[in-house]
Design a protein around this ligand. Structure first.
Ligand SMILES: [Fe+2]
Length: 195
């Protein structure tokens, strides 16, 4: 696992193993029919995992606790609208620019794990920044403060994300980008690619 700087945020590459990714993607494949369409735009489906029978909640909980330890996330609550979910953008699917609701000074924050990345498109838009992401990576999205979106997925391979939801008390939502600024951070040129 390596911390990588993205444009406007940061990520950890190889945060999940291929085994974990394959397990989650296998579950998605077998349970695709349980993913309701997202009416906000076409070719998008998403499932709040706690609402789906037989969802891989144990593994998701374990992955979530890893992020909490890694990022030293303190004073947080479960995000009560979307909780932890898996989103699928298939060919033609995009996410329009939006922010997600906070709860007072608890800021909606999402750690998004990339399970499947399309052959073309799907780039993440975060504020004024564009990032090309990669599978097995987790990236931090301060969804309640920064307008975010994703470009249209193109081709047969879907963009599939496991999104872990938190409400983090504002004063504990440290800007780890600054906090860890003096750490050695390897910048992956593929990840830094701007389109
Ligand atoms: Fe969002």
């Amino acid at each position: 696992m390596k911390k990588v700087l993205l444009n406007g945020t940061y990520a950890y590459s190889n945060f999940i193993s291929d085994t974990e990714k394959d397990y989650l993607l296998g579950w998605v494949n077998e349970n695709k029919h349980k993913f309701p369409p997202n009416l906000a735009s076409e070719n998008r489906h998403f499932a709040i995992l706690r609402n789906v029978e037989n969802s891989p909640l144990d593994l998701v909980k374990e992955i979530k606790s890893r992020i909490i330890d890694l990022e030293n996330i303190q004073n947080w609550k479960e995000e009560p609208l979307m909780y932890d979910y898996i989103g699928i953008n298939s060919h033609g699917g995009a996410i329009h620019p939006h922010t997600d609701p906070n709860q007072g000074d608890y800021i909606h924050t999402r750690y998004n794990v990339i399970l499947s990345w399309p052959e073309k498109g799907g780039e993440s838009i975060y504020g004024d920044n564009i990032n090309t992401l990669e599978e097995n990576m987790v990236w931090k999205c301060v969804a309640g403060k920064v307008k975010h979106a994703s470009k249209t997925t193109l081709g047969p391979k879907s963009r599939i994300t496991l999104s872990l939801g938190f409400l983090i008390k504002d004063k504990f939502l440290q800007d780890q980008f600054v906090e860890h600024h003096h750490q050695q951070v390897e910048i992956n040129p593929q990840v830094r690619e701007v389109i």
